[in-house]
Design a protein around this ligand. Structure first.
Ligand code: NDP
Length: 293
């Protein structure tokens, strides 16, 4: 062990899928002593050659270090991997994707077993791990004290963003951002479909789309301000009444291009409902309230 590694917090990592392996390599590269376990042992072989200690059971891996990071497929696999394992006094950091309710239940489950708990939602794909300039990070929620204690170690593979004591908030932020991402992908799919049969190079549209989406994205700040103040007519740039009047143009163009309106129609239906409720002088913030049951 070099003097450089002596001071680095030892980490136990359960789960060596695509993401777990990327995390493992980042900690090893930074000189953290690392103990790993994977249900299928063969996946640990390469990491052993790179300096990781391979435990032959999840229980042995958990026993090896105070800081135990989980990166498994789903919440059920966490329960299975840790069934019957002594978690007393352990600092559990669960980076496995799940729902807010699963995270809260896992926090209570850890507490009953004498462990501290931090939940994480990974906002990165494996190639972004260990590459600071790639901008990846993990949302953390749950014990703030635990987060502060391990902040530096957890920040080695990707950045860290703490979002609250409620263990469910990391998952909630994760799902909120990814849901918005799918909305964006849905819009882009419709845009590509519109030009699919035309003599337009999709790569030229892609550049225009990327620039346009970036230019439009800051509109979320206005939505947030309006939601916070409760005045949805504040700072309106494009009135809902005007936008609804424009929707037949979008639907007719889709029809003329032989494109199904199924991605656009549900959003337009919500815009029309808000207009019918008297929201013509607002922009699109009222749609948020129509979604909340
Ligand atoms: P993989 O499918 O590559 O790996 C899944 C891991 O979970 C493997 O280590 C697998 O073990 C293990 N596993 C599955 N079921 C069980 C079980 N019942 N008991 C014990 N271990 C089990 O997934 P990733 O590594 O890509 O993803 C891991 C987590 O990270 C997921 O929650 C995912 O949502 C999240 N994530 C992944 C991203 C990505 O782009 N890859 C991006 C952001 C988050 P085995 O090898 O034995 O099958």
């Amino acid at each position: 062990m070099t003097p450089n590694t002596v001071e680095k917090t030892p980490v136990t990592l359960l789960g060596l899928g695509a993401m777990g392996t990327a995390l493992a390599r980042a900690w090893l590269a930074a000189g953290h002593p690392l103990t790993v376990w994977n249900r299928t042992p063969a996946r640990a072989a390469a990491l052993a050659a790179e300096g990781a200690t391979v435990a032959d059971s999840a229980a042995a891996a958990v026993a090896a270090n105070n800081l135990v990071v989980l990166c498994l497929l789903d919440d059920a696999s966490v329960g299975e991997a840790l069934a019957g394992t002594d978690l007393t006094g352990r600092d559990l950091v669960n980076l496995t994707t799940g729902t807010p309710a699963q995270a809260r239940a896992r926090a209570a489950w850890a507490d009953e077993r004498g462990a501290r708990y931090l939940d994480g939602g990974i906002m990165a794909v494996p190639p972004m791990v260990g590459v600071p300039q790639a901008g990846g990070y993990v949302f953390y929620s749950g014990s703030r004290e635990l987060f502060e204690r391990h902040r530096q170690t957890l920040g080695v593979p990707v950045g860290t963003t703490y979002v609250g004591q409620d263990a469910g908030y990391a998952a909630l932020h994760d799902v909120a951002l990814l849901s918005a991402m799918y909305g964006m992908f849905a819009g882009a799919a419709h845009a590509f479909a519109l030009i699919r049969k035309e003599d337009i190079d999709p790569t030229s549209l892609a550049q225009l789309l990327a620039d346009w989406l970036v230019a439009m994205a800051p509109a979320v700040h206005r939505t947030a301000e309006q939601l916070r103040s409760g005045d949805y007519t504040e700072g309106v740039v494009s009135r809902l009444a005007m936008q609804v009047a424009g929707t037949p143009t979008f639907l007719s163009t889709a029809e003329q291009q032989g494109v199904s309106p199924e991605l656009l129609s549900p959003y337009f239906a919500l815009m029309r409902r808000r207009l019918a409720e008297g929201g013509g002088d607002e922009d699109l913030s009222g749609v948020v309230d129509l979604l909340v049951r």
